[in-house]
Design a protein around this ligand. Structure first.
Ligand code: G16
Length: 545
């Protein structure tokens, strides 16, 4: 095999964030940038020789170029075979499913998730382990170290290969299997849910759903599963053709970026009763009822509370897990079920050990991600099918299911405020000040409210004992309300500060109060504590979800 060594240099800032390395396409496409990072991954996989690698991405701008580069490098690195999704496409949960089903050594997923795409947009890359889940912090730290002293990358001298045709081909001497990106994943989902019942629901005259794929990777998956297998009428999936720039949109399924879907569900003339959307790489989800948006934290709690209705989970949940900023609605369900509820840092990688060890069956995050032990990534379409299965069995609309949940468990009123693209220095000042205040905050009275506890979240993994420090500042009030401050680890411009507000409301008469109103005093207290508006000059958040 004709392996060429190319001289490269360390590029600054190749430090993986919450989920892999995410940067502007312009950075990624400069000569040697992607290559240096990929070589740094391979250099940390000493056992890769002869092994199988899974490769695919969300189809965003630069996906096609990057796939060919990585194939040439994988061949030079001695992999035995690469399984690559047709046309370079694999949604994140589908990649996880393929890695697990085919017993692969690991996988590379190309995506910047919900971040915008296109030549001026974002690109991303991450490595997943043989369990199908994102590599842990130890691995990503080692990759980062390697990027700082790398001097050479290796590739085979070979032409691009045709990724449009399914089947076997070669790059250099390495076999490449171009696989159907949907098949393994669709079969897995079919094994978990009651497809017969969901199909009956979709055929009911009074039930109409819309799935907004946001011109992202889930279009083909949703067409295949919802329309072809489950028989939803053609047109159920909208924006179903993946585009390299997501049609100029922001493929993030939240009330701001999926406003069309929310508006359609709010309009009685549309006749729609169920709406859903997913993000760039298909792992996030949003569920919308008629004029009613389900918050991700509530969604997770509802899924857990209704697990007995789903074939795959009917026998019980081993435990559940949520990221620290996610609301404690899940904890209340776990307490009633008598199972453990784990609290992890933000980032799906922290759920991997709990899932592998059989400690948790369902996991979820406030950032619109829910999933289970069927793969090791969050899974957008999985969440949609789970909801459809619940609606099919309970024969109730989404809003009623959530309101009954609140009546039973109380409502954890919740909101996340995002301040996007702040100057990094401002955000650093804000957190430095906040961390400095922490020791004095606990026990103090701010704006007439006693603060019970305040800390910087530190997680000790119950499976391998690893420690992850500085995972977000928590301020807990005497009545259990929480204010959490975190710096996003997925942005590519400046710094995004997230403020999470949560207050428990047991009184059903007060469940009607909109979250914004119910959380006003908590938001004011957060400002007193952290001075976000004062330091950043931003009077209001960019996104409230
Ligand atoms: C990634 C991670 C999630 C995390 C989210 C938010 O999601 O996989 O586990 O919750 O980022 O991260 P942050 O608040 O740091 O921006 P995705 O969908 O972007 O891969």
């Amino acid at each position: 095999m004709n392996v060429i060594s190319v001289v490269t240099k360390p590029f600054p800032g190749q430090k993986p964030g919450t989920s892999g390395l995410r940067k502007k396409v312009k950075l990624f496409s400069q000569p040697g940038y992607l290559e240096s990072f990929v070589q740094s991954i391979f250099d940390n996989l000493p056992d890769r020789q002869g092994k199988t690698l899974v490769l695919g991405g969300d189809g965003r701008y630069f996906n096609d170029v990057a796939i060919q580069i990585i194939l040439r490098m994988a061949a030079a690195a001695g992999f035995g075979r690469v399984l690559v999704g047709q046309n370079g496409i694999l949604s994140t949960p589908a990649a996880s499913a393929v890695i697990r089903k085919r017993g692969a050594f690991g996988g590379i997923i190309l995506s910047a998730s919900h971040n915008p795409g296109g030549a001026d947009g974002d690109f991303g890359i991450k490595y997943n382990l043989g369990n199908g889940g994102p590599a842990n912090e130890g691995f990503t730290d080692a990759v980062y170290q390697r990027t700082q002293d790398i001097s050479v990358y290796r590739q085979v001298a070979a032409e691009d290969i045709d990724l449009g045709r399914l089947g076997e081909t070669r790059i250099g001497e390495m076999p490449v299997s171009v696989i159907d990106p949907v098949a393994d994943y669709a079969a897995l989902l079919e094994s978990l849910f009651d497809f017969g019942r969901i199909a009956n629901l979709l055929a009911r005259p009074g039930f109409r759903m819309r799935f907004d794929a946001m011109h992202a990777v889930n279009g083909p998956y949703a067409h295949a599963i919802l329309e072809d297998r489950l028989g939803a009428p053609a047109g159920t999936v909208v924006n179903g053709t993946p585009l390299p720039d997501f049609g100029g949109g922001h493929p993030d399924p939240n009330p701001v970026y999926a406003a069309d879907l929310v508006a359609a569900l709010a309009d009685p003339k549309s006749g729609l009763s169920f709406g859903a959307a997913s993000d760039g790489d298909g792992d996030r989800n949003m569920i919308v009822g008629r004029g009613f948006i389900v918050s991700p934290s509530d969604s997770l709690a509802v899924l857990a509370a209704n697990h007995q209705l789903i074939p795959a989970y009917a026998l019980g949940l081993a435990g559940v897990a949520r990221s620290m900023p996610t609301s404690c609605a899940l904890d209340r369900v776990a307490a009633e079920l008598g199972i453990a509820c784990y609290e992890t840092p933000t980032g799906w990688k922290y759920f991997g050990n709990l899932l592998d060890a059989g400690k948790a069956t369902l996991c979820g995050e406030e950032s619109a991600g829910t999933g289970s032990n069927h793969v090791r990534e969050k899974d957008g379409l999985w969440a949609v099918l789970y909801w459809l299965n619940i609606v099919a069995v309970r024969e109730q609309p989404v809003e009623q299911i959530v309101r009954e949940h609140w009546r039973r468990f109380g409502r954890n009123v919740y909101a996340r405020h995002d301040y996007e693209g702040l100057q990094t220095a401002q955000a650093e000042t804000l957190f430095a000040e906040l961390r400095q205040k922490l020791p004095a905050l606990a026990g103090s009275i701010v704006a007439g409210t006693r603060i019970k506890a305040a800390d910087d979240f530190c997680y000790i993994d119950p499976v391998d004992g690893s420690r992850s420090e500085r995972q977000g500042v928590r301020v807990i009030l005497e009545d259990g309300s929480r204010i959490v401050f975190r710096m996003s680890g997925t942005g590519t411009e400046g710094a995004t500060v997230r403020l999470y507000l949560e207050r428990y409301e047991p009184d059903p008469a007060r469940h009607e109060i909109p979250a914004g109103e119910a959380l006003v005093s908590l938001a004011a207290l957060a400002e007193k504590v952290a001075r976000i508006a004062e330091i950043s000059g931003r009077k209001v958040p960019d996104v409230i979800s």
